[in-house]
Design a protein around this ligand. Structure first.
Ligand SMILES: CC(C)(COP(=O)(O)OP(=O)(O)OC[C@H]1O[C@@H](n2cnc3c(N)ncnc32)[C@H](O)[C@@H]1OP(=O)(O)O)[C@@H](O)C(=O)NCCC(=O)NCCS
Length: 178
């Protein structure tokens, strides 16, 4: 069970009944805009949380998809995660999503910083990377604030929502983090 405290946030395991709070976030078009999924339906939000919940029980575990709770309000405002992307368990992909009412207050950066730190210190990862739509300026800024390096710009590497899209690849290594 992962539980990470920051100054203003608690990152904890998703519970099955978190689906409705998460649906408040992920059913919004502005949240899905630069992501591979469309705004989620209720059924999709339920299925997503169930999948993440079951993923937490995998052994070896590959997915750490954590609820982000604003401690002062005890309110779920988003999620943040790491997904192991190699069989040797040395590399993981980072993601984060926040409720638009809470954008621009540093919460995504604070949550991502905590999970990246967990990835390097507890999971002993060597490399953490993220991919991001080049038009997603807020996400690019979060990655930069974390100190991640832009490693590449992939041209039209994904077909998403009826169009080819580019990806920016950002990464940071364990020795750079410490
Ligand atoms: C990306 C996202 C998680 C950022 O959440 P957040 O809590 O607002 O992030 P933070 O407040 O920590 O940092 C956002 C930074 O982006 C900047 N920013 C926001 N919108 C911007 C824009 N349109 N252009 C340039 N910078 C922008 C903010 O000013 C801030 O930078 P600063 O601290 O230097 O002022 C949020 O926008 C979101 O949930 N988007 C939808 C999901 C998503 O796209 N996830 C990422 C997939 S790769």
């Amino acid at each position: 069970m992962v539980r990470l405290m920051t100054e203003r946030l608690l990152l904890r395991e998703l519970a099955l009944d978190d689906w409705s709070a998460l649906h408040e976030v992920e059913s919004r078009p502005e949240v899905a805009r630069y992501q591979s999924f469309e705004p989620r339906t209720v059924a999709e939000s339920r299925a997503y949380v169930a999948q993440s919940y079951n993923g937490a029980k995998q052994d070896p575990r590959e997915t750490y998809d954590l609820a982000v709770i604003l401690t002062s309000d005890d309110r779920l405002i988003g999620r943040c995660g790491l997904g192991i992307t190699d069989p040797g368990q040395i590399e993981a992909m980072l993601w984060y999503t926040m409720h638009p009412s809470y954008w621009g207050r540093g919460y995504a950066t604070e949550a991502a910083r905590a999970i990246v730190d967990f990835g390097f210190r507890e999971l002993r990862l060597h490399r953490i990377w993220a991919d991001c739509d080049p038009a997603n300026d807020a996400s690019i800024r979060v990655l930069e604030k974390l100190g991640m390096r832009r490693e590449g710009h992939l041209r039209e590497n994904a077909w998403i929502k009826g169009a080819w899209v580019d990806s920016l690849i950002y990464a940071i290594l364990d020795q750079e983090w410490s």
